[in-house]
Design a protein around this ligand. Structure first.
Ligand SMILES: [Zn+2]
Length: 364
């Protein structure tokens, strides 16, 4: 069985129904993605910005998981707060892709499917597959590259990281120009927008940052900064973009899971660097009696964490990005970059969701 690898036929990024966007102009258009129980058409709003010169066409999408609205905040800021002044090329900005999930504050569609496992979609398939097909044909097929914005799943938070298939040179170039300190080298799951679009010639990266149901100010600032840096790398805007203080490309990550039930005391927070053997959290009973300690299996960075201290066996506690060789170097570079306000602010802000305490001296 051969997988279709050709891109869908390409539509003009400057013509949306009756609306034509001329050089130097921008317009709000809408895309009908499905119909409601009451037989109404359901559109999603899209802003198309066109530079005065021809150039690459890119999409920036958010809330593909309908509850992940940090990216919606990032795109709203790009539209309203930034004077993008596109020199060349075209941007297709989509604040909410999964409008049906978004309306329910839910990751999923009403048919309980994950839209981000249904690409490239099919008009003969489920609701999710049909929406995916329309998004693929109407947005992805118009573009040369894309950025898809996500957060951690419910009850977790992510230290900002870009996920990208670094063996693909076009994807790697996008990921590096975003200027994020941490890149996870991965393809993405089958059926995900980034994997399927990349496989068909539209390289896509994702940003994973923060929590669901929030528009976190530091995450928005981080996302906007990264996108402006990437657009500058594409020659679409003029923007001075200093490189990140350090760069970690991780290809080995691991979720540390609970081996018993209880109430955790956390000793680390998102973004922390932890040495092999360092305590990550202590299990306690509801009355506070300590019953064990969870330690880091390797030198690592804390990429993601649960924000809920109540756990049962198997629950994910900590997502670690392993740094077997460069731990000291990254620690040093990070210490030298201590005046990077945004990086510092991210660590502080994300940690407000996790009460971090020192391990008890009397722990077993
Ligand atoms: Zn997501």
């Amino acid at each position: 069985m051969t997988k279709q690898s050709a891109r869908p036929s390409r539509k003009s990024p400057h013509v949306w129904g009756d609306i034509k966007i001329l050089p130097g102009q921008s317009a709000e258009v809408s895309l009908a993605v499905t119909e409601s129980y009451s037989s109404l058409t359901i559109p999603i709003p899209i802003v198309v910005q066109r530079g005065s010169e021809e150039g690459p066409v890119g999409f920036i999408t958010a809330a593909l998981h309908g509850d992940e609205i940090n990216g919606t905040g990032i795109i709203r800021s790009l539209i309203r707060d930034q004077q993008l002044n596109l020199l060349r090329g075209t941007l297709i900005l989509v604040p909410v892709l999964n409008i049906l999930g978004f309306e329910r504050h839910s990751r999923y569609l009403p048919d309980r499917r994950d839209l981000n496992r249904c690409f490239p979609g099919s008009m003969r398939g489920s609701l999710a597959h049909r929406m995916a097909k329309i998004i693929f044909e109407e947005i992805v097929a118009r573009c040369d590259f894309g950025i898809d914005l996500h957060t951690a799943a419910v009850r977790r938070t992510n230290f900002p990281n870009v996920r990208a298939e670094m063996t693909n040179p076009k994807v790697a170039q996008l990921a590096e120009s975003f200027g994020c300190e941490v890149i996870l080298d991965s393809k993405g799951p089958p059926g995900s927008l980034r994997r399927e679009a990349t496989a068909r010639g539209c390289p896509v990266i994702i940003l994973e940052a923060g929590e669901i149901w929030k528009v976190e100010p530091a995450v928005v600032d981080f996302g906007v900064k990264g996108i402006l840096s990437l657009l500058s790398g594409q020659g679409m805007i003029e923007q001075a973009t200093p490189p990140p203080a350090y760069r970690l490309i991780l290809d080995h990550t691991q979720w540390i899971r609970a081996s018993k039930g209880g109430f955790l005391r956390f000793h680390v927070s998102p973004g922390d660097l932890v040495r092999k053997g360092a305590p990550l959290a202590t299990y306690t009973t509801l009355t506070g009696k300590e019953t064990g300690v969870i330690n880091a299996p390797h030198h690592a960075m804390v990429l993601g964490m649960t924000t809920l201290p109540c756990i049962t066996p198997g629950d994910p506690i900590c997502h670690l990005g392993m740094i077997p060789d460069r731990f000291e170097e990254v620690q040093q570079l990070r210490a030298e970059a201590a005046d990077d306000n945004l990086h510092d602010r991210l660590i502080k802000d994300l940690s407000t969701n996790v009460r971090v305490v020192e391990p008890s001296e009397s722990r077993p």
